[in-house]
Write a protein that binds this ligand. Structure first.
Ligand code: ZN
Ligand code: ZN
Length: 367
């Protein structure tokens, strides 16, 4: 069995289950949420559809991000529209549909921001480690445990924190937002730790990136025959900053933070300008009596747009720096032109840092 095959099946089972849960919840006839949240279920809508999109993306049914976002949007509109069917006894609302769309937007931005660059050093090893990890039931159990713990801790912390505010937001809102943030932090930490140990194993055992068979020594895998270039085993020079050395921190760290801040300021300016104009169609979102849940959802979208703009900028800068890795040593800046390379990997004559060259001898072009 190919590495990742079983894990993908589990993802798909999870995705269908999540879809069934959300569909049941949105179509339960006459559902009255008797919760102390009076009126606003917008946060619930956004979190549900964000989670749904994040669970469906790794199933691999749709591999193009724009197509995936389009399909998710179509599904969310269908979900909201079918609530207008008479026998469902539910209320279909434009604002609910907008909240769903906001959740999908946040998920799509996260998917784009977390997308791995296939040309980054060590990508093949990382991708194999990921596929081997999702095949293991222990990994899923660890994720389930950290999801539960993160939700509890995050919910409790945010409810406690918001009670200190002068104008506390509704407890259910803060519990839901805290739980979502707690799950994100706990899951991320768990996955990073598991992925690193799996990556170390893949490197130590020299597993073939195509079939996962250990013991690859030489240019090709003895089990499946796939070509395994020597640069496969190269680790990126730094784990932070998109795999480029820390001396590039201004281009890869500081400038992107400034870009994110600028985007946030622009969004705020635009929303202030639009609310001064008092456009009729925008009153439910920018008017003086905006539903507090809707306001939280819109703020979350603004933050997600700004953060992903910064991340996009940072990754592009890192790609540009790495694209010169066979021209100028990433570690010390030494001129590498004319340096000899063997099966795609050379070493800097100054600091002995390895660098990659494509097979035809031209520098890695990572546009
Ligand atoms: Zn193989
Ligand atoms: Zn060097």
């Amino acid at each position: 069995m190919q590495p990742g095959a079983r894990g993908t099946l589990w993802w798909r089972a999870l995705a269908w289950m999540a879809l069934a849960i959300v569909f049941t919840a949105t179509h339960w006839p006459n559902l009255q949420l008797d919760l102390p949240m009076r009126g606003s279920d917008k946060v619930l809508h956004a979190v549900a559809f964000m989670t749904l999109a994040l669970v469906w993306w790794p199933t691999g049914f749709i591999r193009s991000v724009p197509l995936f976002a389009l399909a998710a949007t179509a599904w969310s509109i269908l979900d909201e529209a079918t609530q207008a069917l008479p026998f469902v006894h539910r209320h279909a609302g434009v604002e609910d549909a907008v909240a769903n769309l906001c959740g999908i937007t946040i998920a799509t931005l996260a998917i784009i921001a977390l997308e791995q660059d296939p040309r980054a050093p060590g990508h093949a090893v990382r991708a194999l480690a990921w596929r081997m990890m999702i095949d293991r039931p222990q990994a899923w159990m660890a994720c389930a445990a950290s999801t539960a713990l993160g939700a509890m801790a995050g919910g409790v912390i945010l409810v406690a924190a918001q009670s200190l505010l002068r104008q506390p937001i509704k407890p259910l809102h803060s519990a839901l937002i805290g739980a979502t943030l707690g799950v994100a932090v706990a899951l991320h930490a768990t996955i990073v730790v598991m992925l690193r140990s799996m990556e170390a194993r893949v490197r130590a055992q020299r597993c073939c990136p195509a079939c996962g068979a250990p013991g690859v020594h030489g240019p090709a895998c003895a089990t499946c025959g796939a070509l395994v270039p020597g640069s496969t085993w190269m680790a990126s020079i730094s784990r932070s900053l998109g795999g480029v050395p820390d001396r590039h921190w201004i281009r890869v760290g500081l400038v992107p933070v400034g870009v994110a801040g600028l985007v946030l300021v622009l969004i705020m300016a635009a929303s202030i300008a639009l609310s001064i104009r008092r456009l009729e169609a925008l009153q439910p979102y920018l008017g003086p009596e905006v539903d507090p849940g809707m306001r939280l959802v819109l703020d979350a979208v603004a933050l997600a747009v700004a953060a992903s703009a910064g991340l996009w900028w940072s990754r592009r800068a890192a790609r540009r720096i790495r694209s010169r890795e066979s021209i100028e040593c990433l570690a010390c800046g030494h001129d590498l032109r004319g340096s000899a390379a063997e099966s795609g990997v050379g070493r800097c004559s100054e600091c002995a840092e390895p660098f990659r060259v494509t097979v035809d001898g031209s520098p890695q072009n990572e546009g």
